[in-house]
Design a protein around this ligand. Structure first.
Ligand code: HSE
Length: 422
């Protein structure tokens, strides 16, 4: 039996979850894994604050040096969240030769190269399963189970808040604003929901996943990002009529040596495994040349699901003598600047003879072929009608150029949503 002395950076919901899990499961972990853990210091912002675990006040400190400079602490668990000071503290811990276990996708994705470099230089471990999709062991799967594969794509629902909002919009026909307000009342969405609803949270996670899947660094700034705040119940309803379900997808693909990494609303066919992932659940669908297609499903957030991944990493870190870092080239990935998919295009058009031929002619000039078109509802009192097109697979750039050239005296309120079929 070995005892590892550890320190916490932060003690909010996740930190308290880890504390409770270690207390509850400590004996079982000792029996099964031969490891025990002694929590020596916990960095908090304010010692007097009420917490979700009964933690002796003597463990708490407001001075980061009490954790970072303590030679007895060999593993630092970070759950402060946010970029700074978390990234700087993790760097300091690694530079002191301490192993870091983190749930912080923002700090990790934004400072990936510095953190990996520091871990490598100081022979320290860096473990981050909890940073992507909470309890789902997707990092472990990519790094430790699928090494023999050439992974061709990773497509996921990796943000629970947006999946909850879109699921309710789909089920109830409710508006984005109403469901968001409800989610905020229930504590499922943050008071400032920007990071979730505008796709930033998913972009950090996708940067990490795609870097590991393709063995080349995919910086957060290279991830194309669009959120769900412009989605209307009409989009969801029109998609349903075509047999499509709307999700916020995180998509990473490697095509001809170029990586696409993008987060945006996308329709998937109703019979796609990702279509049935509802509410706050997460799922990641991976395709590899040898393993074929597989889907990982579970809880992507919350104190105990996240603590489950953190404690698993802690046990792994404690049992590892020579820490392994991911095999990622120093050069960043070559990013694709265009991609092809089916596009759903909804527009308000003047209901007059010849309008359809102008619209289809503009698409045709840019090589965009229309697969189907429906007129939605009746002509309004101003003589306008909603038209919905599904294109054949078409280049993103060509669709944008075509829409940029549409005669705005004839069409307005154009909304484009990609359709992912693979
Ligand atoms: N806010 C995230 C989500 C959880 O809604 O999935 C933490 O990454």
């Amino acid at each position: 039996m070995s005892t590892m002395t550890i320190g916490f950076l932060g003690c909010g919901n996740i930190g308290c979850g880890v504390y409770r899990l270690l207390k509850e499961q400590g004996e079982q972990i000792a029996r099964n894994e031969g490891e025990t853990f002694e929590i020596r210091r916990i960095l908090v912002r304010s010692k007097g604050k009420k917490r979700g675990a009964e933690i002796p006040e003597a463990l708490m400190t407001e001075n980061p040096d009490d954790v970072l400079l303590d030679p007895q602490i060999s593993i630092v668990m970070e759950f402060m969240g946010g970029e700074e000071p978390a990234a700087s503290y993790m760097l300091r811990a690694l530079e002191a030769g301490k192993t870091v276990v983190t749930a912080n996708k923002m700090a990790l994705a934004t400072h990936w190269q510095e953190l990996i470099h520091a871990a490598r230089t100081h022979a320290a471990g860096l473990y981050y399963e909890a940073s992507v999709c909470g309890a789902i062991p997707i990092i472990r799967a990519i790094n430790d189970s699928l090494q023999a594969n050439r992974i061709t794509s990773v497509t996921g629902i990796i943000n629970g808040t947006t999946n909850y909002i879109l699921s309710r919009m789909t089920r109830e026909g409710a508006s984005y604003a109403d469901v968001l307000a409800d989610a905020q009342r229930l504590g499922l969405a943050e008071p400032d929901p920007t990071a979730d609803v505008e796709g930033y949270d998913a972009a950090y996670k996708l940067s990490i996943l795609s870097t590991l899947a393709f063995h080349r660094h995919v910086p957060v700034g290279s991830v194309y990002r669009e959120g769900i705040s412009g989605i209307t119940p009409l989009d969801v309803q029109c998609g349903k009529a075509f047999g499509l379900t709307l999700k916020l997808l995180a998509i990473a693909k490697e095509v001809d040596g170029c990586v696409q990494a993008r987060v945006h609303p996308a329709f998937v066919p109703d019979d796609h495994p990702l279509a049935s992932v509802s509410d706050a659940f997460n799922a990641v669908y991976v395709s590899g040349h040898a393993c074929g297609e597989m889907m990982f499903y579970g809880r992507g957030a919350g104190d105990m699901p996240t603590a489950s991944a953190l404690v698993s990493d802690l046990i792994k870190a404690a049992k590892t003598k020579n820490h392994q870092l991911p095999a990622v080239d120093e050069l960043p990935a070559k990013m694709a600047d265009d991609w092809a998919c089916v596009h759903f295009v909804r527009m308000l058009a003047r209901d007059e003879p010849g309008v359809l031929s102008v619209v289809s002619g503009t698409f045709a000039r840019h090589g965009v072929s229309i697969a189907s078109m429906v007129q939605k509802g009746e002509t309004d009192s101003d003589g306008h009608v909603q038209l919905v097109f599904l294109t054949h697979r078409a280049s993103e750039r060509c669709v944008r150029q075509a829409l940029g050239e549409m005669d705005r005296t004839l069409v307005s309120q154009v909304n484009v949503i990609r359709v992912e079929r693979d």
